[in-house]
Design a protein around this ligand. Structure first.
Ligand code: GAL
Length: 473
């Protein structure tokens, strides 16, 4: 073979080889692509609403579910992540929320009482302003001024209220009352004073020894302080009440008139405990279990908030037969309002806005309050109440003097109210064991004085005057 021929042959082989290599590479590439797993494509996360509340008892649960339905209808794409924390009045939930906020993992929204309780979160810098929701829903035109003031701090709204509850109501068993002729003998409970209340309880004990005259529940302590707050209004009137719970009085002076009323109420509670006017099993009971005693005829009376109406309706107890209610006293309305908010850095701010709109909507408020036992925060919503109790409440809300509840976050400081739970509970417990009443009352008074100091109560409302807390009528 000539040298030239050999060179041509070699280069042909090289070219063929190169072409084969290129073909193999391309085939390999496509073959590889065909078997490689598909690049992971994560679907967009489903929007959520992470919400905390404490409505787990009868009436409460059904009421919040009704608002969830309103929300879901308008926002079917948002998943509700519900975190119900059992314990009436937020007895357990509040600590959980403070922990979440402090650790920088806030939920999207949580139940909070308008007033002092809301202010504590605002002061701590945990909440966002929700003025835009108020504006969009035109809430200033339909929410009464007293309630507006309880949601507004330093000129901004921090929550949307869903209802107005009344804390001072006397729930009673009408059969027992009729049988003993209580109203004929003692008059309308709407006008009773503290002494009459004790007299009635004694009368019931005497004439029906197997019935507890007054139901109470102290498992979570707060229902006892609740009784204290109502009796303080009954004994001292709205001004004394407001001064006491805000610390706006000469609290270091034992002769101050506020102390006179407070001591009378402590004494009344100690007498009731010592004379066996309460159900003996109260340390085991929650608020709804104490309410049950009334409709079951095991107790005659219960001083508690009007979520009791929601509870009675949820168990099918019949108004007028198994339960009746009287504002106690009628002239004063101790109010509280459940509301929702938007924590700073809420994970789903759009969902929160949608939620607050459901909370503030006419439909949301109508459905919720029908079941809950409260009246709407909006005055333009007038549900067709199934019970005669609520129309009276709605009317009184316009006509009675209003003061916010202390036990339900309206007027006081949480740390002080917590101290009161312990002081009142130990007073009642010790009195029941037969301890001397005057000694107990003096000891409790000293403890309360110290608690006012220790918790810095008088500084909590710095810049406010007593008029802020009282809507006089
Ligand atoms: C209150 C709350 C009411 C009711 C009650 C018992 O603090 O405002 O809505 O639920 O506790 O749980």
């Amino acid at each position: 073979m000539s040298l030239r021929k050999a060179a041509v042959k070699t280069s042909t082989i090289i070219i063929i080889a190169l072409v084969l290599i290129v073909i193999a590479a391309i085939a390999g590439y496509y073959a590889g692509a065909a078997v490689a797993p598909a690049a992971p494509t994560t679907p967009p996360p489903k929007p959520q609403l992470i919400i905390y509340h404490w409505w787990t008892a009868g009436g409460e649960k059904e009421a919040i579910d009704a608002v969830f339905d309103v929300f879901k209808k308008a926002n079917p794409e948002i998943e509700i992540v519900e975190n119900p924390v059992a314990g009436g009045a937020g007895a357990v939930m509040k600590a959980v929320i403070w922990g979440l906020l402090a650790s920088g993992t806030p939920p999207d929204t949580f139940q909070v009482h308008a007033g002092g309780e809301l202010k504590e979160y605002v002061d701590a810098g945990y909440l966002d302003i929700v003025d835009s929701v108020w504006e969009e829903l035109g809430l200033e035109d339909v929410i009464p001024e007293t309630l507006q003031a309880m949601c507004k701090f330093e000129g901004h709204y921090y929550a949307v209220p869903i209802n107005v509850h009344r804390s001072n109501v006397l729930w009673y068993n009408p059969k027992i009352f009729d049988e003993l002729g209580i109203i004929d003998k003692f008059g309308d409970p709407r006008t009773w004073d503290l002494d009459t209340f004790i007299e009635v309880a004694r009368y019931i004990k005497e004439n029906k020894p197997d019935v507890a005259p007054i139901a109470i529940a102290s498992r979570n302590k707060w229902p006892l302080t609740h009784l204290f707050e109502v009796l303080l209004v009954l004994r001292g009137g709205p001004e004394v009440y407001a001064k006491f719970w805000t610390g706006m009085f000469d609290y270091k002076n034992p002769a101050d008139p506020v102390w006179v009323a407070v001591k009378d109420v402590l004494k009344a509670l100690a007498i009731m405990a010592k004379e066996g006017l309460f159900n003996a099993n109260h340390p085991e009971l929650t608020w709804d279990q104490a309410a049950a005693l009334v409709y079951q005829g095991k107790a005659a009376m219960y001083v508690h908030g009007d979520w009791v109406a929601g509870y009675f309706m949820s168990v099918g107890a019949k108004y007028g037969e198994e339960w009746s209610a009287a504002p106690f006293p009628k002239a004063v309305f101790i109010l509280l309002s459940d509301s929702f908010n938007m924590p700073k850095n809420a994970p789903h701010p759009d969902a929160v806005k949608a939620w607050l709109k459901a909370v503030g909507s006419s439909e949301g408020q109508e459905k919720f309050n029908l079941i809950k036992g409260s009246i709407p925060a909006r005055v333009d919503v007038a549900p067709a109440y199934p019970d005669p109790y609520r129309p009276e409440t709605a009317d009184d809300f316009k006509k009675s003097t209003l003061v916010p509840s202390a036990v339900h976050g309206g007027i006081s400081k949480e740390a002080f109210v917590t101290e009161m739970h312990n002081i009142v509970t130990s007073l009642v417990t010790s009195a029941a064991t037969g301890a001397d009443i005057d000694t107990l009352v003096d000891a409790s008074t000293t403890q309360i004085m110290q608690a006012i100091d220790r918790t810095g109560l008088p500084d909590f409302w710095k810049g406010y005057t007593i008029d802020y807390f009282i809507t006089k009528r």
